[in-house]
Design a protein around this ligand. Structure first.
Ligand SMILES: [Zn+2]
Length: 632
């Protein structure tokens, strides 16, 4: 049976850890994003007039839509006059920017409408609209005033006149998926059949080939006067490995035929998120089988231990199986924040289909590691890429803004909708996916469920129920042992506790530091340290006098250090291990006859959670994986 997402406004997060992040997002992240958009002129792209200091970039519309969406989530939880004023200003700009036929896009409005829809592969018109539709769902949920539904449905009707399989329409689809998510979300809200029709079309048309084996992107390239087969033609993009490298867009074949995750990681995640929703509506087993294959390929071969995705910078996406280098040097380890964001949302959709703990495990890992560290503790700086290793002398700073600013608004979006990740519901059943201290009111029932826990610093969890319901509680794969005060049945990693009234459940998940090793094909004879869902890193700032770039991990016992304060977090639990530094010989040549040698003296290594990296200065030395030295 499928589960329903619980609305944002029905979950109150009280976890000191997470409510601080939410507060920071409300008070700092969103104002910082809007300030950056206004001061750079991005904010005014929809109302661009001759004389404005910057001309619209193809993606800027989406940044406005995304920050509107994020703001709406926070406004659902708490009124904020200034935030609401920005949202209403954006809605006014959107309404004013719409052309009489329904088209909205600032880039082509300013640079020439005659060129619209001529380059779906690269130009993001449909992508931007997808974000507008998602913003519309959030705004309508918040206000119910229909002010954004009207222009958005007009835009959707316009899309329907342009794209489709009917004679006279273009058989196109977006180069960057996103509209599929938006259409299905608005369909859930309004039930308008046109939304489902278009989402079905975009998902299934993608990658369809004609008799010559060509796809839509070939046809539109020729219509632009280009030659998609020519290595020297402008149609050969820098992100392609070879001409017509449509795997970059997941358009090299229809999704039902796809056997491996490839190409741009964010596009892939957005696509599979929507396709999972599509399966929920269509029940197509072929589609589900494809999604299962893609999931396995990603989780078993192509995901970083942090839940980061995208080993290759050139196409911001997936490399070959087991190719998971940790550093940006050489164009590897891209691990874009948006990719982890989207992975989390894909996991949420998969959990809606099936209560399987692997989906919750990956969602939790991506949340605490690949995603969370992208936001600086100052609340106003962000990472775009999240490498697992940086070197001494190359401290990787977070930025306050980017020319292509997809990541910061996604950070705010996820923190705004965090409550929806914790629980889901079915008739007579509440599922608990994440252990974040909070209370949920299950819609259309009198059931209230609360979680009390100090996760991620403690493995003890109390779940209180008011009313009558059964529970399905995820048992995380990181817990080698656990106890539960009420007997239940385990199924796919969820503990099903039978229905009772006003239940009180105590759980204790063993939370010990643990060592993680990688598959030999990754070529990493290295160790990573974790506690619960937290991946830890070795950072020079905690290890004075140790050359973090050249230290090895002595593969023996590890233990907790003393609880410490890092930034506003006062309960950080470090992990201590033992290592040895590499003996560096100044006279060594690049190649020589002497094998590596480690100093006799053992050094204590102090690890802190990876999401806290690069917040306290230091000299840039940071690593998640450390070379393993067997303990004699
Ligand atoms: Zn991004």
């Amino acid at each position: 049976m499928t589960s329903q997402v619980v609305p944002v406004q029905d979950v109150d997060i009280s976890s000191p850890f997470w409510s601080r992040y939410q507060q920071r997002s409300r008070e700092k992240v969103i104002p910082a994003i809007i300030h950056a958009q206004k001061s750079t002129g991005h904010w005014y792209c929809l109302t661009w007039k001759e004389g404005h200091k910057v001309k619209p970039h193809p993606f800027w519309d989406s940044d406005i839509y995304k920050v509107v969406e994020a703001s709406c989530y926070f406004l659902m939880m708490q009124h904020d006059q200034a935030m609401m004023a920005n949202v209403e200003e954006a809605v006014d700009m959107i309404t004013a920017a719409q052309h009489p036929d329904g088209y909205i896009n600032s880039y082509y409005t300013v640079r020439g409408l005659e060129k619209r829809w001529t380059n779906l592969r690269d130009m993001h018109e449909l992508y931007c609209l997808g974000h507008l539709i998602e913003a519309c769902v959030a705004y309508e949920t918040l206000t119910g005033n229909g002010r954004l539904v009207a222009p958005v449905m007009k835009a959707v009707r316009h899309i329907d006149t342009v794209f489709g399989v009917e004679p006279g329409k273009m058989r196109g689809y977006p180069g960057h998926q996103e509209i599929e998510i938006g259409l299905l979300r608005l369909y859930k809200l309004t039930g308008e059949d046109l939304l489902l029709k278009l989402a079905t079309y975009f998902i299934h048309e993608r990658g369809q080939r004609d008799e010559a084996g060509e796809i839509y992107f070939d046809h539109e390239a020729r219509a632009r006067g280009g030659d998609p087969y020519d290595h020297m033609d402008l149609e050969m993009r820098v992100c392609y490995q070879y001409p017509r490298d449509y795997g970059y867009h997941q358009a090299d074949c229809p999704i039902e035929e796809a056997t491996e995750v490839k190409g741009h990681a964010v596009r892939a995640m957005y696509f599979y998120t929507a396709a999972t929703d599509m399966f929920r509506l269509s029940g197509s087993q072929q589609l589900k089988d494809a999604l299962d294959r893609l999931w396995r390929d990603m989780v078993d071969h192509k995901m970083y231990v942090t839940g980061g995705l995208g080993a290759i910078r050139q196409w911001e996406g997936f490399g070959p199986a087991y190719f998971l280098h940790d550093t940006e040097v050489g164009g590897t380890c891209y691990a874009e924040t948006c990719a982890s964001f989207a992975l989390i949302i894909w996991c949420q959709n998969l959990l809606g289909l099936e209560l399987k703990s692997e989906y919750g495990d990956i969602m939790e890992v991506a949340l605490y590691n690949g995603f969370l560290g992208a936001l600086g503790l100052d609340g106003t700086s962000f990472y775009y890429e999240n490498p697992l290793r940086t070197y001494t002398g190359r401290l990787k700073h977070r930025s306050t803004w980017f020319e292509v600013a997809c990541c910061p608004p996604n950070t705010a979006k996820l923190l705004g909708q965090l409550g929806t990740l914790i629980y889901s519901s079915q008739p007579g059943l509440v599922a608990v996916h994440l252990f974040i201290q909070s209370t949920v009111r299950i819609p259309c029932t009198d059931v209230i469920v609360s979680i009390e826990t100090n996760m991620p610093w403690s493995g003890e969890v109390t779940i209180r129920v008011q009313g009558t319901t059964a529970l399905a509680i995820r048992v995380p794969s990181w817990a080698a042992k656990y106890t539960c005060s009420i007997a239940g049945d385990m199924k796919s990693g969820y503990l099903f506790v039978p229905s009772s009234t006003d239940a009180l459940v105590h759980l204790k998940f063993e939370l010990t530091p643990r060592k993680i090793y990688a598959h030999p094909k990754t070529d990493k004879d290295e160790v990573c340290v974790m506690m619960g869902p937290l991946v830890y890193c070795l950072e020079d700032v905690d290890n004075p006098g140790i050359d973090v770039d050249n230290v090895a991990f002595l593969d023996g016992p590890i233990r907790f250090g003393e609880t410490t304060k890092i930034g506003p977090l006062d309960q950080v639990v470090p992990i201590l291990a033992t290592g040895r530094e590499l003996e560096m010989d100044e006279s060594s040549t690049l190649y020589g006859s002497r094998a590596w040698k480690y100093k006799e003296k053992e050094r204590q290594l102090v690890y802190v959670p990876y999401f806290l990296r690069a917040n306290r200065g230091g000299n840039g030395g940071m690593r998640v994986w450390t070379k393993r030295l067997p303990q004699c």
